[in-house]
Structure formats: C-alpha cells, structure tokens
Design a protein around this ligand. Sequence first.
Ligand SMILES: Nc1ncnc2c1ncn2[C@@H]1O[C@H](COP(=O)(O)OP(=O)(O)O)[C@@H](O)[C@H]1O
Ligand SMILES: CC(C)(COP(=O)(O)O)[C@@H](O)C(=O)NCCC(=O)O
Ligand SMILES: [K+]
Length: 244
Amino acid sequence: MILTVDIGNTRIKGAVFEGNTQIDAFFFTKIDFRKKIENILKTHQKITDLVVASVGDVKKEPFLTFKKELNVHFISHEDPFPFSNDYETPLTLGIDRMVLAAGATFQFPDQNRLVIDAGTCVTFDFIDDINRYHGGAIAPGLRLRYESLHNFTAKLPLLTLESPKDLIGNSTSESIHSGVVNGLVYEIDGFIDEYRARYSNFIIILTGGDTDFLAKRLKNTIFANSNFLLESLNQTFQYKIKND
Ligand SMILES: Nc1ncnc2c1ncn2[C@@H]1O[C@H](COP(=O)(O)OP(=O)(O)O)[C@@H](O)[C@H]1O
Ligand SMILES: CC(C)(COP(=O)(O)O)[C@@H](O)C(=O)NCCC(=O)O
Ligand SMILES: [K+]
C-alpha cells in the first residue's frame, strides 16, 4: 500500500492506493500533516511507501521522520518518466507538471494530450502522440485572480468564488465575478481552440482544486478528474520501481 502526498502552493492533498485502487483520501495543513500521517498509518497498517511530490514551501524533514516505519520517496527530476522532455529548462519544470504529464501518458497512451491543472496556478501541459513533452503555460488560478484584484488596487474588495449572474456585471461584485470566472473560462476554451488549430486531435484532462467548478462551464469536452495528480503520482512511483 502506498500513501501519496501532493504539496501544492495552496493545499496538501493525500491518498492511499492499493495497486491502482484508491482506498482513502485526505487534505492536510502545513501544521497538522505530521499528526495526520501518523493517524493514516494507524488506520492503514499495510502502507509501506510514502511518495511525495512537492512544489510548495513545505520542509522535507518532517517527512523524513517516517523513515523508520516507511520508505520515503520525494519524486524528483532524476526519477524515470515515461516521456522525453523538450522543455528548454527541464530542471525548473514543476514536478507536479511532470507527474501530470506522466499520468496522461499512462492513462491515455499514444495520443496527443493536454493536461490543465486549475490549482493556485492554472497550468497547461502538452504531450504529443510520440510521448514528447512540449511545455504549455502558467497562468493565475481562480483564487489568485480574486486576491490579485484586491491586493493591487485601492477599491476592490476581496471576494470568494461565486458564479457570475451574467456576462455583464451590473455591480462591483458582479463585475469582479464576471471578470474572474468568465475570464478564466474563456481563457481555457481559447487555449483549447488554439491547440486545436495546431493539433487536430488531442484529449484534454482537467484537474486541480477548481475542476468541478470549471468543468461544467467550459464549452469543450474534457475528462474532469480532480484526483488526477494523486493517481498520476501513484503510477509514476510504480513506474519508478519497475525502471530504477
Ligand atoms: N478548501 C479549499 N481551500 C482552498 N482552495 C480551495 C478549496 N476548495 C477548492 N479550492 C479551490 O482550489 C484552488 C486551489 O487548488 P489546489 O489544486 O488545491 O491548488 P494547489 O495544488 O496549487 O495547492 C483555488 O483556486 C480554490 O478556488
Ligand atoms: C507553476 C506552478 C507554480 C504550479 O503550482 P500549483 O498551482 O500546482 O501550486 C509549479 O508547477 C511550479 O512551481 N513550476 C515551476 C516552473 C515551471 O513549471 O516551469
Ligand atoms: K496547477
């Protein structure tokens, strides 16, 4: 049994896998994750490996204290990945994006694939049908857009995510909701349309904390799976065991 942990810039997520089957899932905070992992290990005593992918600013040390009970692995650029990498700066490529590209390759082999991860940032990652990773885009995520409008202006309030009532916002709040939500939805659909102009055929996977909110608003057909990163992390680890 494997405990996978994904440390993003907003949240820490975890899941327990037996083979390819997910049997439990958790959210952690930076403060409580050590205690929570201890409890998970008590509940699932067959866990042998702790597999971490991190782009957040969480220290490694608290995880390493589990080395007595478990094999602890931090997925890194040195691990084997099932694609060749055309990124000009492969060492600065987010490990979460590499894991997503790996998951897309395992779950949708031999196709052009676009992975969109709507988390703190919205990342786009493109892998072609001969398993070459090209790169993509990094844009601000939904919450980041609300926070930026507030933080970099004098007059705009900090709002929480809400569905805009209309395209045309008729108040400050409605203008912000339209700008943030409609703006991101049009942006994602626009990106997809531009990819389609270059590649006639590709599948699209949408993941991240804002998956469900965004999926129903996009005009394009996508595979929506908010758990895609943790599933991909489990598969990346299994690939590592086979290929190391
Ligand atoms: N409980 C929550 N706390 C914070 N953000 C949340 C929560 N639930 C959904 N979200 C949404 O998820 C996004 C962050 O997604 P997530 O995948 O957790 O990010 P990251 O992987 O970068 O940590 C935010 O834009 C926010 O709108
Ligand atoms: C772009 C990211 C900040 C996204 O992080 P997230 O939204 O998942 O928290 C992360 O993938 C990262 O730090 N990337 C490094 C730069 C790059 O991928 O080129
Ligand atoms: K992301």
